[in-house]
Design a protein around this ligand. Structure first.
Ligand code: XMP
Length: 520
């Protein structure tokens, strides 16, 4: 990960917290570009001109040990404002001569009440409510104030919860302002950005489009690029971007596994071909997938078969085109962040469910990943500036293995058809009731057991349809969506009446964790 040039930004040093990427999101939402760097990345930064502020994230390490994660000391001489969060605060305290102790018995986890002790630029509009609660997650605490610092706020168990040294513009907070459980947490970022760093609101995702197009042109030159197009948001935006940059030299392949939603694949194909005039080829592989998946019950086996078959088909097809040098992928920023270690080593891998992950090496292709700096919702904004139609732009995420992981157990063409019908009814009703865009992901699944029902005067013995709808920020955690009872009644009725093969509908009310979003 290199730094972006030519724009003012805030950098976030990642010490390994699970929520570091939320910090980047919050800052970008304020119209300020932010980038997450590992400690190794930081050592490589030569020019600090565009860096207007530095945030040190939380993380699982402890400064109470002899060896601990730290940053180059020269950073403090650059007079760039710094905000430390949790571990970041403890590191600042340690480097400036404070003391840090392990709390063990008095560790703070969850909500804590914060009391203001002094005024500060950092807390403007932050203490708007009585009994101000903040989200804590720490075992160590700063017990002695570092020299030149002042206490701004305390909780019962940790006196030094917000500290500052205005002379050198260094601030620290023990709680996590980036998580929504901290009331008005955004005010802390807003104050840090605009009152302390004095950075301007200049950044907009949509204005990145031209830069990306130019970057693709510069990289690819006259070579050819191949891209697997699924009709989801990410691959669609990638294809449109690259098409804008190099037109005929982009080859898009759509592999129809037969495991997609009803009509969706063929409809998307028509849109890409006719509306966007992409050079796109549709390959119908549904029979082959069905054959390979016959009698396979194990979820991991299913995933492997689907992934490997995809690679085989794609590889075979791409060999028909000469002089392809690049493979375009819709890798997103969270994928990049999650696949590297805190220090920046390349040892950890891209998530295994990236089903085209093995392609570039196998086919000896170079990768281009134009979305690797962006979050999903930012990709949707890019899509808008590229003229991507709303029905694709706002589409819920859909997994690579498709309906195969939503049909629990073995897969047959009959089950796929049943599920496609049920899912079609469900999704259309969500759209009709203006619920679709309120939900992060929704789908119908098919459970492998048959149960008894009664329709008219006859006994039925049919499958159970499971409905899932979740709200989430990035798919890592999720809460089930609460539907009005009327909607559930209606949908259950419509599915049971409209889909032969289903006589029971259940709504999944588990969150992730402990459940996952998909069934397999
Ligand atoms: P889980 O089921 O792990 O899903 O809670 C989290 C998010 O990841 C998606 N998902 C996949 N996406 N290939 C993909 O491209 C896959 O193999 C895959 N498996 C799960 C899932 O739809 C959800 O958005």
């Amino acid at each position: 990960m290199g730094l972006q040039n030519q724009k003012e930004k805030i950098i976030i040093i990642d010490f390994g917290s699970q929520v570091t990427k939320l910090i980047a999101r919050r800052i970008r939402d304020f119209g300020v570009f932010s980038e997450i760097l590992t400690i190794n990345d930081l050592y490589k930064v030569k020019d600090y001109t565009d860096i207007k502020g530095i945030i040190l994230s939380g993380g699982p390490s402890t400064v109470t040990k002899k060896k601990y994660l730290s940053i180059p000391k020269e950073i403090f001489q650059k007079k760039i404002p710094i905000l430390g969060i949790c571990y970041g605060l403890q590191l600042i305290a340690k480097l400036f001569g404070g003391s840090i102790k392990s709390l063990r018995k008095k560790r703070e986890f969850g909500r804590a009440i914060l009391n203001k002790k002094s005024e500060s630029l950092l807390i403007k509009n932050f203490f708007k409510v009585k009994n101000k609660s903040v989200w804590m997650s720490h075992q160590d605490a700063v017990t002695k104030l570092p020299k030149g610092f002042k206490i701004i706020a305390s909780t019962k168990d940790s006196k030094l919860t917000i500290i500052e040294n205005t002379k050198i513009k260094i601030y620290g907070v023990q709680f996590h302002p980036e998580v929504t459980h901290t009331e008005n947490g955004n005010e802390i970022f807003k104050n840090f950005l605009f009152l302390v760093c004095k950075i301007k609101k200049k950044w907009q995702v949509s204005s990145e489009t031209n830069r990306l197009i130019n970057q693709i042109r510069k990289t690819v030159k006259r070579d050819k690029v191949i891209c697997a197009l699924s009709g989801g948001v990410d691959s669609s935006v990638v294809a449109l971007l690259i098409n804008k940059a190099i037109k005929k030299n982009l080859v898009c392949i759509m592999v129809d596994t037969g495991l997609m939603r009803k009509n969706e694949f063929k409809d998307s194909y028509k849109i890409f071909k006719k509306k966007y005039k992409l050079n796109v080829k549709l390959i119908n592989a549904s029979k082959l997938y069905l054959k390979k998946l016959k009698n396979i019950n194990n979820p991991e086996k299913k995933r492997k078969i689907i992934g490997n078959l995809f690679i085989k088909i794609f590889e075979k097809e791409s060999k028909k085109y000469k002089s392809i040098k690049y493979l375009a992928q819709g890798t997103l920023y969270p994928d990049i962040i999650e696949s590297r270690s805190v220090t920046g080593s390349q040892s950890s891998k891209i998530k295994s469910h990236h089903n085209v992950g093995g392609l570039p090496r196998r086919m000896n292709l170079k990768l281009i990943e134009p979305l690797k700096e962006f979050f999903k919702d930012e990709v949707r904004v890019l899509g808008k500036s590229l003229g991507l139609i709303d029905s694709i732009r706002n589409k819920h995420p859909f997994p690579g293995p498709g309906l195969a992981i939503r049909i629990v157990g073995n897969i047959t063409s009959e089950k796929i058809k049943i599920l496609q019908e049920a899912d079609h009814i469900y999704i259309n009703e969500l759209i009709k009731h203006k619920l679709y865009n309120k939900i992060w992901q929704a789908y119908a699944g098919l459970l492998p057991m048959k149960t008894v029902g009664v329709m008219g005067d006859s006994r039925t013995y049919e499958y159970t349809c499971l409905l899932r709808a979740v709200v989430s920020e990035d798919g890592m955690t999720a809460d089930y969506f609460t539907f009005p009872k009327d909607f559930l009644d209606k949908i259950s009725n419509k599915i049971v009446n409209g889909v032969p093969g289903i006589n029971r509908v259940v709504y999944d009310i588990t969150s992730k964790p402990p459940s996952t979003i998909e069934l397999e």
